[in-house]
Design a protein around this ligand. Structure first.
Ligand code: KG4
Ligand code: ZN
Length: 317
């Protein structure tokens, strides 16, 4: 079995995955949303301190698996250095105690493997990663064969939802709240401009859209709930239209049969629906991770760990 650890941001998570069957045997995650909510974003030192309590707490629940562990998979980058180190220290201690190797996992590749939890891998596949830290289109050709096709020039898709929520005092993480507010709003009330509409570049940019929202909020005195719903709906429409516009260019250029959306923001149902329609237009099959594995978790880290273990036949610490 592989024991996997995730602590790249504000989720403490540990999973146990069976190598032979690729089955997830145990998965637990303790999120810190409540503790960071009043700050409107993640406070790194607070997050690190909370990991020091949560990770050992979860680890106590998996001691029965210790005799069967063949490797420890841990997220080593990218992420907040002060929180990553908490998972890495635990992985090092376990590696020495259990005399097993450590598998270093890139968090972004981990998100791609969220598609394969309890499933076989499927390559090649073109993937849109939309999270709090990243917005990228990645061509995934096989185990550890990844090519970045596009990325954001400034803010990420998820981050722009967090910032709009902060401007409207809706709490953190902003994505799910903005999506809920948008469901009650008129997406055509405010005409925000789609970023990079006239640029041939296949790249993303969200800081300008965030600024448009900020200026719009400043224009309205005493924001009513309906104003907030309409702002969220109009923002979500344009944030998504920007992704669709650039994705369409990629679909026109490349011969794609399988396409996937991963990352925390891939839980957004409006986005899923719009991308499904675009995929139908191009006769592309859309793949999605189960909703519970879209945001950060150790199950996806463990799933990559299995492939790394098999492909590199890690044996010594
Ligand atoms: O992948 P993830 O859990 O952490 C990172 O690797 O960053 O993604 C978290 C991000 C946050 O910015 C959060 O607001 C966003 O995903 N998110 C959403 C939704 N659910 C989470 N964004 C838009 N709509 C959602 N429903
Ligand atoms: Zn993530």
């Amino acid at each position: 079995m592989i024991l996997s650890i995730e602590s790249s941001c504000d989720d403490s998570s540990i999973a146990i995955t069976q190598i032979k069957t690729k089955k997830l045997l145990f998965h637990k995650k303790i999120s810190q949303d409540l503790q960071h909510s009043k700050f409107g974003g993640v406070v790194p030192e607070l997050a690190a301190r909370l990991h020091t309590q949560a990770l050992p707490k979860i680890l106590q629940e998996v001691t029965e698996y210790f005799p069967y562990i063949k490797a420890i998979a841990v997220t080593t980058k990218p992420g907040l250095s002060v929180t990553l180190i908490e998972g890495i220290m635990m992985a090092k201690a376990l590696s020495i105690t259990l005399n097993v190797p450590i598998i270093e996992v890139n968090h972004l590749i981990g998100h791609i493997y969220s598609l394969f939890i309890q499933k076989d891998t499927l390559f090649p596949q073109c993937v849109l990663l939309v999270s709090g830290g990243h917005t990228q289109i990645i061509q995934a050709n096989g185990y550890d064969q990844f090519e970045k096709i596009a990325s954001t020039m400034d803010d990420s898709f998820g981050e722009s939802f967090d910032k709009v929520a902060k401007m409207l005092n809706l709490g953190y993480p902003g994505g799910p709240i903005v999506e809920q507010y948008a469901q009650k709003g008129d997406e055509n009330r405010f005409n925000f401009t789609t970023p990079l509409l006239n640029s041939p570049k296949i790249a993303f940019s969200y800081s300008g859209l965030k600024n448009q929202v900020r200026l719009q909020i400043a224009k309205i005195q005493n924001l009513s709930n309906q104003d907030k719903y309409d702002i969220c709906a109009s923002f979500q429409k344009v944030a998504t239209a920007h992704l669709l516009h650039k994705l369409k260019k990629v679909f026109q250029k490349k011969d794609i049969k399988d396409f996937a959306i991963v990352g925390g923001a891939s839980a957004n149902l409006y986005l899923r629906d719009k991308i499904q329609t675009l995929c139908d237009e191009f006769d592309i099959k859309l793949h999605l991770a189960p909703l519970e594995y879209c945001s950060d978790n150790a199950a996806m880290i463990g799933r990559y760990g299995i492939e790394a273990y098999i492909n590199t036949k890690k044996t010594a610490p």
